[in-house]
Design a protein around this ligand. Structure first.
Ligand code: OXD
Ligand code: MN
Length: 592
């Protein structure tokens, strides 16, 4: 190896050195490799991963810089049952999180980690969440015995020396330890210690459980820190929408996992919207803080996209197709004979034969899917063809609208706007969505997923709602709040709304509302587009009746919805802001 990829210690930060030494003593690795984030290092580590069979080099003519990884079949999604918030007081974690006392969890997991890296390498992965120099950015250090994790962190975060530069002498960094163990679901824990800014993840090698900057730091620990420090850590994409005249509006949107955040953040407007342009700032996470001008500013703490592959094609997301054509790691998709990748919903012909995500022979006659429904791409955001330059702006972007949206076959209209901030918090807090393959179990069932944060909030959900309500005081010009649902179905079970690029039509109305340029009429749920306010010109096979069906508020459905909301409210009752109960009563009265 060259000097630049030597794996030698690259910091003099005392707190880091002391902690790493302590963890080395615990895990007893054979080697310790300090990642510096250089290109040379990445090349060397990638070659090592190929040699060890962790990665397969894909057809470099078709997919330059791309590699393939298969995870253990028992380890293909986030495991919410094994995810814990460990605070001294159980009340602090709230009823929607699994809880264990920190002392007990530390003891258990230190037991598992003791000697767990014997004969293996510990990779020390320093990483920065957010643009360098951003007042909102945070540093983490992940110690992992997974080369796949070290390489993926190099895509998903600003990884290496850059993080130690931002940290300086400070001891304020997230301490993350990841041990694969024997990838056994029985010994799988993703444990967060928000009071110590620490994470321990064991027994898994699946992205959402082990790329500790993402869900663990950026959302669970991030939300906890955000409450203390006066900001918001949210499961939201951030996009810029530019009008033909050059006006730029920034929007954040919270949809649950695998509900199209990446597609929405990279959307290409339909021909009708000539001159309009969507650019991506982030596709999964937003950190938002009030700025001195009284607006809410957002950064994307990540540097890569960890997106769901199946269904990605030149119709659903042409920009993603370009993005994942190079420098990407594909996990659990199908592998063709010429070392290309394939998945259900990809453009072009179905391969006559390939290896499925488990490595078994697959043909179109096979009953199983070739790609796992939660198979993923890990791609640097820098190769997203519509990346906005503001993604690297340390100050972030001023948000004009916040959109909430779930996956609902019925009940929820295509779009409505909350009457005000508190009503908007209520709309986000009561969001429901059909579960997807991104988490183990329950796919298809409707569950309450407040602000798409149910699996990611690092403290009591009731206190989280209170924090949202309180934030209003420090935002003089708050974003307008909207709710959308692209997934409403008709009686024959087909989607009514075409979705994808056509979502631009809804987005345009939202932008116009933010700039007070279009009308709305009052409905029981909130403001909805007035007659003709949604531009529907040129949507194939669309009729006014379809719009009516999409926007319909059916009393019976909403009474059922209110009962489902009650279940969550009752669970959170002791910490639930009374303002939200009041909003619920107002909605009930409007529905009568
Ligand atoms: C993700 C998720 O991977 O939400 O982003 O599960
Ligand atoms: Mn997500």
């Amino acid at each position: 190896m060259t000097k630049e990829s030597s794996g030698k210690c690259n910091t003099t930060n005392k707190a880091v050195l002391v902690w790493v030494a302590e963890m080395v003593k615990l895990c007893q690795p054979k080697h310790v490799f300090w990642c510096n984030g250089s290109k040379t290092e990445r090349k060397a580590l990638t070659a090592e991963a190929v040699e060890k069979g962790i990665l397969i080099k894909l057809n470099q003519k078709k997919l330059p810089g791309c590699y393939y990884h298969r995870s253990n079949p028992n380890d293909v999604a986030r495991v919410e049952q094994a995810t814990f918030i460990c605070t001294v007081d159980q009340e602090e974690a709230g009823p929607t999180n699994n809880w264990m006392a920190p002392k007990e969890m530390y003891q258990k997991l230190r037991g598992y980690c003791s000697g767990a890296m014997r004969g293996r390498t510990m990779y020390v992965v320093p990483y920065l969440m957010g643009p360098p120099g951003s007042p909102l950015a945070k540093v983490g250090v992940e110690l992992t015995d997974s080369l796949y994790v070290a390489l993926s962190m190099g895509i998903m975060t600003r990884m290496g020396n850059i993080a130690f530069q931002q940290l300086g002498d400070s001891d304020e960094f997230n301490r993350g330890l990841h041990c694969m163990l024997d990838v056994n679901p029985e010994r799988r824990y993703i444990a967060h210690f928000p009071e110590d800014n620490a994470i321990i993840s064991v027994g898994s090698n699946y992205g959402g459980n082990v790329l500790l900057g993402k869900k663990c730091l950026a959302l669970r620990i991030g939300s906890y820190l955000g409450r203390q420090e006066g900001w918001l850590a949210e499961h939201m994409l951030i996009l810029r929408i530019q009008s033909p005249s050059g006006e730029k509006t920034y929007i954040a949107a919270a949809f649950p996992s695998a509900c199209g955040k990446t597609n929405f953040a990279m959307m290409i407007p339909p021909p009708r919207f000539k001159g309009w342009k969507i650019s991506t700032i982030g596709d999964d996470i937003a950190w938002m803080k009030p700025g001195l001008d009284g607006r809410l500013y957002a950064i994307n703490p990540e540097a890569g996209c960890f997106g769901v592959v199946p269904g990605t094609n030149s119709k659903s997301n042409p920009n993603a197709m370009k993005m994942i054509s190079r420098d990407t790691i594909f996990t659990n998709v199908a592998l063709t004979q010429d070392l290309d990748v394939w998945w259900e919903g990809k453009d072009g012909p179905v391969p006559r034969e390939c290896l499925d995500w488990r490595g078994n022979k697959w043909t179109p006659a096979s009953k199983e899917k070739a790609a796992h429904p939660n198979s993923r791409f890990t791609a640097p955001m820098s190769i997203n063809p519509v990346l906005a330059e503001e993604a690297n702006d340390p100050q972030g972007v001023p948000i004009s609208a916040i959109i909430f949206g779930g996956r609902r076959s019925d009940t929820v209209p295509l779009v409505y706007q909350a009457f005000n901030w508190v009503h908007g918090v209520y709309v986000g807090a009561t969001m429901g969505s059909e579960m997807t393959a991104a988490a183990v179990g329950g796919a298809g069932q409707v569950r309450r997923d407040p602000m798409a944060m149910l699996p990611f909030c690092g403290y009591h959900m009731g206190d989280y709602f209170r924090h949202w309500i309180n934030m209003h005081k420090s935002i003089k010009h708050p974003p307008r709040i909207f709710n959308v649902n692209w997934f409403r179905k008709n009686e024959t079970g087909n989607f009514i709304w075409p979705g994808f690029g056509e979502n631009m039509r809804v987005l345009k109305w939202i932008v116009d509302r933010c700039h007070a340029r279009t009308d709305a009429v009052e409905s029981p749920l909130g403001w909805v587009p007035g007659a003709g306010a949604l531009d529907l010109e040129g949507i194939p096979d669309f009729s006014p009746q379809k719009l009516e069906a999409l926007q319909m508020v059916k009393d019976a459905e909403w009474h059922r919805e209110l009962l489902m909301q009650d279940e969550l409210f009752m669970k959170l009752y002791s910490h639930l802001p009374k303002e939200l109960i009041f909003q619920r009563e107002l909605l009930k009265a409007r529905l009568q």
